[in-house]
Structures are given as structure tokens and as C-alpha cells.
Design a protein around this ligand. Structure first.
Ligand code: HEM
Length: 206
């Protein structure tokens, strides 16, 4: 059974919709961005109606994603403030990856790794958006020197961002029972108790 009345609400519909708008935009941007980055990926432009359309659409989708990422950021930044328990969690992360999570400090709604990911995504988003605007010479009269710096920063931040999202998705799949939080909004009590015990106590009063 995927849903049980005793499941805990982790995300409301607005949070989930906001997350998926950013997630889907990100995939479109990564595919079209890779197509501009290296000839081996050039055939990906066909997904967007050819090279010209890919080039026209990419910056508009970028501005769209940046706007919705700001909303996502405003929803979640307070929950992603680092605490001493998060730092301890990070110092013990190897034990957990090796299969022993007995000594991990109890976690609130997000663990130290998720918080580092959140701030990493935020820094990359800012760099990508600003450097992208520097390169958008079809819209803005940006000096060529600035556009060149923008190209380097955009490529570097884009590579880091793709790596971060791969880790984000992998971690969501690796921690069984997490993906459904973004589909249905709920998680099982057992999941919450195992991975985010302080949040479980806060939600259930136990
Ligand atoms: C495209 C594939 C993606 C998948 C499958 C995915 C999956 C998930 C899942 C399952 C969660 C819930 C984690 C939990 O509650 O513990 C989550 C949370 C989150 N995701 Fe994603 N995600 C994706 C893309 C993205 C992208 C592109 C971004 C932003 C750049 C993003 C930003 C976030 C944020 C901010 C949270 C809330 C966690 C926090 O605030 O630390 N996700 N994601």
C-alpha cells in the first residue's frame, strides 16, 4: 500500500509543484546546455525543434527556472540552517554510507548532507543566472569581455550543478521511501523515525 492514514505529511501540493517546475526546467536546461557545450551532444537540439530554437528557448527557460528557484528557496531556506548536529552528521557520513547509521546524531527535517546540497544548489543557481544574463546579448548590450567571463562561469557552474543534481537524485533513490515524498507529499512513520527522528518527534509528539 502506498498511502496509509498514519503517514506523515512532508510536502504540500504547492511545494511539490514548485519543486517539479524547477526540476523539469533543470532537465530541459541541462539537455539544451550540453548541446551547446560539446558537438557530441549537438543532436540533443532536435528535442527543442532544432539548433536555432534550442538557442532561443534556453535563456527564457533559464529565467523561468531562476524565478521558481527563488520561490523554492524562500520556502526552504529556514529549514536548511546548519546546526552543530548537522556538522556532526557530516563528520560521520562515511560510517552511514558504509552501512552503519547507529552513531548518527538524530536529524530534524533535513540532514547535514541535504543542507550542504541546498546551499550548493543556491550558489550555483545565482552564478548560472548572473553569468547567463551576461551572455544574453540578444537581449542586453553586454560588453564582449563580460560575456566571455560569463561563458566560463556558466560552463563551470553548470558542470557543478549537473553533478549536484545527480547526487541529489541518487540520494533520493538510495534512501528508499523518499521519492514518494515528492510525488504524494507523504512518508511513512518508519521512514521518518529512521532518517529524521527529531522531525518525527515534532510531527507525532512522541
Ligand atoms: C530532476 C530530478 C529531481 C528529483 C528526482 C528530486 C527529488 C527530490 C526529493 C525526493 C526530495 C525530497 C527529499 C526529502 O524530503 O528528504 C527533494 C527535495 C528537494 N529538491 Fe529535488 N529532485 C530533483 C531535482 C531538483 C532540482 C533541479 C532542484 C533545484 C535546483 C531541487 C531542489 C530540491 C530542494 C530545494 C528540496 C528540498 C530539500 C531541502 O530543502 O534541503 N530538486 N527532491
Amino acid at each position: 500500500m502506498i498511502r496509509d492514514p498514519k503517514d506523515l505529511q512532508r510536502y504540500n501540493a504547492g511545494e511539490r509543484a514548485n519543486h517539479w517546475v524547477v526540476g523539469i526546467s533543470f532537465i530541459l536546461l541541462a539537455l539544451s546546455g550540453l548541446a551547446f557545450f560539446h558537438p557530441a551532444f549537438f543532436p540533443l537540439t532536435q528535442l527543442f525543434g532544432g539548433a536555432t530554437w534550442a538557442r532561443i528557448l534556453h535563456p527564457y527557460v533559464g529565467v523561468f527556472m531562476a524565478f521558481f528557484f527563488v520561490l523554492l528557496f524562500l520556502r526552504f531556506y529556514k529549514l536548511n540552517r546548519m546546526t552543530d548536529a548537522d556538522r556532526e552528521w557530516l563528520s560521520r557520513v562515511k560510517e552511514m554510507v558504509d552501512g552503519d547509521d547507529h552513531n548518527m546524531p538524530i536529524q530534524g527535517k533535513y540532514n547535514g548532507g541535504q543542507k550542504v546540497m541546498f546551499w550548493g544548489m543556491t550558489v550555483c543557481m545565482v552564478l548560472m543566472t548572473v553569468s547567463g544574463l551576461f551572455m544574453w546579448r540578444a537581449q542586453f548590450a553586454v560588453p564582449i569581455e563580460l560575456a566571455r567571463i560569463g561563458a566560463v562561469v556558466h560552463a563551470a557552474a553548470g558542470a557543478v550543478m549537473i553533478a549536484l543534481i545527480m547526487v541529489h537524485v541518487y540520494a533520493a533513490i538510495w534512501t528508499k521511501g523518499t521519492i514518494r515524498a515528492m510525488w504524494y507529499g507523504t512518508v511513512t512513520r518508519a521512514w521518518a523515525k529512521q532518517h529524521h527522528r527529531a522531525w518525527y518527534r515534532q510531527m507525532t509528539g512522541r
